[in-house]
Structures are given as structure tokens and as C-alpha cells.
Ligand binder design. Structure first.
Ligand SMILES: Cc1cc2nc3c(=O)[nH]c(=O)nc-3n(C[C@H](O)[C@H](O)[C@H](O)COP(=O)(O)OP(=O)(O)OC[C@H]3O[C@@H](n4cnc5c(N)ncnc54)[C@H](O)[C@@H]3O)c2cc1C
Ligand code: FES
Length: 304
């Protein structure tokens, strides 16, 4: 019989494990990337899309997505935006400082099942790149297992762009198509301007002679999306407003909603289906999500 307090690998789901901050790196003015290792020396054991609860004694605890792929060993990463009490304290931590970790919790993207052999369309808005990055790294580490890979990334302004070196690396690879856009550029911005759906045009509708900067990749080309819709799996993560418009475009492109996975954030406390804080009309975002198949929640009120 399984003990109700035991999670994966026999861990106590309520008891934080001690972990050490190994590296701290600013991503933007608001977001910081933390390399963290469990003091036990074990791997966290997550799959892309899962989250863990990070805590500081006497301050609090919060759910944060794992931003690194399980293919990276010896540590895991969290990209954290400072918005309040705990996250402000976390931003003051230095390498060597201790945190508590519970998890990993929640569902994950089907990287080893439904995504295998398919073309993959990643659509990330702003800090939504943090959880998607885990799946992106996993797919790139196992590149031969997937078909064409598109990564679309949108932020409000150039200053909100995250993981800059990686964006450059993705843009320089010829085995994936990386496109990004900002809602509003500044005088230095040479790329695409407009909301993320700007990047979701079929290749056939893109006019290469157009001088309007839409749907441009980092080389200044405008590839558009050359999808075989039924063979495409789309993964979406971003601010709530983004989902509605991205889903409309995916429908126009013909991608079946059974092939669309979304990551839904809700206010969470326990993270393990006990407190009810994260309920969405009978679903528990912490256990039925955060990653959900869109066709499973399409009729659930307030899910999107
Ligand atoms: C599954 C999941 C994954 C997450 N992944 C990340 C991540 O990778 N990086 C990251 O920076 N943040 C992530 N978050 C959000 C993060 O948990 C909150 O920002 C954090 O709890 C804030 O804690 P705090 O004590 O600093 O802020 P508080 O002082 O508690 O609150 C500050 C403000 O933020 C609001 N707030 C707190 N939590 C949430 C929430 N979940 N959704 C919307 N508003 C909230 C509060 O209502 C308040 O207005 C995730 C949340 C969930 C549920
Ligand atoms: S966060 Fe407690 S039930 Fe989901």
C-alpha cells in the first residue's frame, strides 16, 4: 500500500529537502536564474513541465516551474520573477545559501510519448519561456526523436527577453526554426514587431518582399509556418490573455486540439491536491496540471 504522504521515489510530499544555490544569474531586471542542487546528491527527478515548491524558513513557499531539462545532470534550474515577499528574498540569495525544495509535482509535457516523431511547435510568451525551456532543451538533447521544431517567442519589449545567449544559439541552428517578436520595439530593435500570433502565419501567406517586419527570424527571413497540422504537437505557455488568441490561430492552421498542450498557472499552496486552493471547476491545477491537453479542458469554465 502506498503511504499518502509519500510522493515519487518514496519522498515525503510535505517535507522540504535541503538544497544549495550553486549559481545565480540575472535574466532581466525582474527575473533571476538559479542553479540549485539537492544536498542529498540525488537528481530532482522531474520531467519537462513539472514544478517544485521552493521555500525559505520563516518566509514562505511558492510553486516554481523547473526551467532546465532532466537531461542536464547534477543540478536543476528555476527562473524566478520577483513579485512579492518570498521571491524578493530569493533574489537576495547568493551561491552557497540554502533553500527547501518539495517536489517535483504536477503533470508534464508528453516528450516521450505523444510528441515523439511529431513536428513540434513551441509558443512561449514572456516568462512562459521558463517552463517551456525545459521541454525545448529536452527535445534539442534528443533531436532525432522529433520532426521539424519551431520555437516562437514573444515579449512586450526587448528588455523583457530572457535567456539571451540561448535565443541567439537557437537562431543560429539550422535544424530548428526560431522566430521572435516584441509587442513594441525600441530604436535598437531590428526584429519583428507585434503580438506572438504575428509569427503564426502559414509559410504560403508570407510575402518575402514585404517590408513590414512581421514573422521574421533572427536572420531577417520570414519563413512562416510550414506545418503538417495533424503531425504537429503544439506546446503553449504564456500570460492568460495570450492563450485565447494563440488557440484561434492554431485552429485556423488546422492543428487538432488533441495535439495542443497548455500550462496553466493558478494560485497554489500545498501543490499536492490537499488544500483546494488551485481548483478550477473540479480540476486541481496542481495535480491535473499545470500541463493539460487543451481538448481535455476546452469545456471547463475558467480554465482558459
Ligand atoms: C505551477 C506554477 C508554476 C510557476 N512557475 C513560476 C516560475 O517558473 N517562475 C516564477 O517567477 N513564478 C512562477 N510561478 C508563480 C509564483 O509561484 C508566484 O509568483 C509566487 O508564489 C509569488 O510568491 P511571493 O511570496 O513572492 O509573492 P506574494 O507576496 O505571495 O504575492 C505577490 C503578488 O503575486 C500574486 N501571485 C502570487 N502567486 C501567484 C500566482 N500563482 N499566479 C498569479 N499571481 C500570483 C499575489 O496575488 C500578489 O498579488 C508559478 C506558479 C505556479 C502555480
Ligand atoms: S495547491 Fe493545494 S490542492 Fe492544489
Amino acid at each position: 500500500m502506498t503511504d499518502k504522504c509519500q510522493g515519487n521515489g518514496g519522498k515525503d510530499i510535505y517535507l522540504p529537502e535541503m538544497a544549495t544555490i550553486k549559481k545565480v544569474e540575472p535574466l532581466t531586471e525582474m527575473e533571476m536564474l538559479f542553479d540549485i542542487a539537492l544536498d542529498s546528491g540525488e537528481e530532482l527527478g522531474h520531467m519537462p513541465g513539472q514544478f517544485a515548491e521552493i521555500s525559505l524558513p520563516g518566509i514562505g513557499e511558492a510553486p516554481i516551474s523547473i526551467s532546465s531539462s532532466p537531461t542536464t545532470k547534477g543540478m536543476f534550474q528555476m527562473g524566478i520573477r520577483k513579485v512579492g515577499n518570498l521571491t524578493n528574498h530569493l533574489h537576495n540569495l547568493k551561491p552557497g545559501d540554502k533553500v527547501g525544495i518539495r517536489g517535483p509535482f504536477g503533470t508534464s509535457f508528453p516528450v516521450d510519448t505523444a510528441m515523439k516523431g511529431k513536428d513540434i511547435l513551441f509558443i512561449a510568451g514572456g516568462i512562459g519561456l521558463v517552463p517551456l525551456r525545459s521541454a525545448i532543451h529536452y527535445v534539442l538533447a534528443n533531436r532525432d526523436d522529433y520532426g521539424h521544431v519551431y520555437i516562437l517567442f514573444g515579449t512586450k519589449t526587448p528588455a523583457d527577453r530572457l535567456y539571451l545567449e540561448e535565443l541567439e544559439e537557437w537562431g543560429s541552428r539550422n535544424d530548428i526554426t526560431f522566430m521572435e517578436t516584441v509587442d513594441k520595439g525600441d530604436s535598437d530593435w531590428k526584429g519583428s514587431q507585434g503580438v506572438i500570433t504575428t509569427l503564426m502565419q502559414p509559410a504560403t501567406s508570407v510575402d518575402p518582399k514585404s517590408t513590414v517586419q512581421v514573422g521574421m527570424d533572427v536572420s531577417g527571413n520570414m519563413p512562416g509556418l510550414d506545418l503538417v497540422p495533424k503531425n504537429t504537437v503544439a506546446l503553449i505557455c504564456g500570460p492568460p490573455i495570450m492563450y485565447k488568441f494563440v488557440l484561434i490561430e492554431l485552429k485556423k492552421l488546422g492543428v487538432p486540439f488533441e495535439n495542443v498542450y497548455i500550462s496553466l498557472e493558478r494560485l497554489m499552496k500545498c501543490g499536492v491536491g490537499k488544500c483546494g486552493h488551485c481548483q478550477i471547476n473540479g480540476l486541481y491545477a496542481c495535480q491535473d496540471g499545470a500541463v493539460m491537453k487543451y481538448s481535455d479542458v476546452i469545456d471547463v469554465k475558467e480554465a482558459i
